[in-house]
Design a protein around this ligand. Sequence first.
Ligand SMILES: Nc1ncnc2c1ncn2[C@@H]1O[C@H](COP(=O)(O)OP(=O)(O)OP(=O)(O)O)[C@@H](O)[C@H]1O
Length: 343
Amino acid sequence: MADAAIVFEHVRKEYPDGTVAVEDLSLEVVEHEILALVGPSGCGKSTTLRMTNRLVEPSGGRILVGDEDVLAADPVRLRRSMGYVIQNVGLFPHRTVAQNVAIVPGLLRWDRQRTKGRVGELLDLVGLPPDRYAKRYPHELSGGEQQRVGVARALATDPPVLLMDEPFGAVDPAGRRRLQAEFWRIQRELGTTVMFVTHDIDEAVRLGDRVAVFSRGGHVEQLADPVEVLARPASDAVRALVGDGAPVRLLGITHVERGDVQPAGTRERPGGAVVELGATLATALEAVAEAPDGLVAVVDGKAADGAPATVVGTLDAPGVLAALRRAVDGAVTPAGAGSAGRG
Ligand SMILES: Nc1ncnc2c1ncn2[C@@H]1O[C@H](COP(=O)(O)OP(=O)(O)OP(=O)(O)O)[C@@H](O)[C@H]1O
């Protein structure tokens, strides 16, 4: 297994009024993963996140980020060394998009040229072309665009660790799905280690390489990959959170693999229904449902400039269900292995 980027050892947080938000938390966040913390309101997710950069002071235990003991670090330097994104991003209203993204580089006294280059790169990365967006003010952006600026700002200095607290919570469902998919791609590109707090199980299983399900007091009910959490909830609390929609959610996070495809029907199907290897089973099932003969061709990657894509076989509805069973039975596609990515 890869190295731990963040380690919590018997961490406790008792607020001055006696509220024990986190009782005794031990948890490891693996380098380069997205760990989604999910659980009902008040279970200690935000407290856990905020102890990591010492916006909240732990009352006991130890937190290591890399090799550094967080409690021994200078809090200001610590905060600057990690990205942090919250729900209402808190952009400075009288500064432009570019100036907002440049805040931490400014604090770290980067020179103008380096900052300008980095800001341009980041705005491109989050889908806000600098020539159109750099000079705008926050009020000239949609909610989703503001969140993108928040993400760009948090990534400005390419921090190894990014803390995100309901970052897409205020965005409408369609925009949210788009942001999730784009953020997932960005994270894969940069390899940033991410702790992501959400109360939305759908978001947790779509984005998380692993999901930590919390219950009150910062207790970890289950820590596993998303398929495991959906298919085999470890406790009643997890079952309650997952609810009735587990099979449908599994379709959305499991990807078509070569082994799922029937090689028999490798005939070309010009104009027929096609899905790509790596597409989600939900996408495949939709295509199967719409195909007149209930059969879709599975292709390997996108066709380049009009050239026909390589057909690797066919898939029908029983094939999709078999693929779902394959995933649930444990031969889980490693996160990110699907060529089509998330979303
Ligand atoms: N500053 C504070 N003083 C006292 N109690 C607090 C403080 N901040 C949080 N709490 C309490 O600590 C517990 C955990 O809160 P926390 O915000 O970490 O939960 P959460 O899981 O992030 O909840 P939500 O999903 O609603 O944001 C709650 O009971 C909350 O009321």
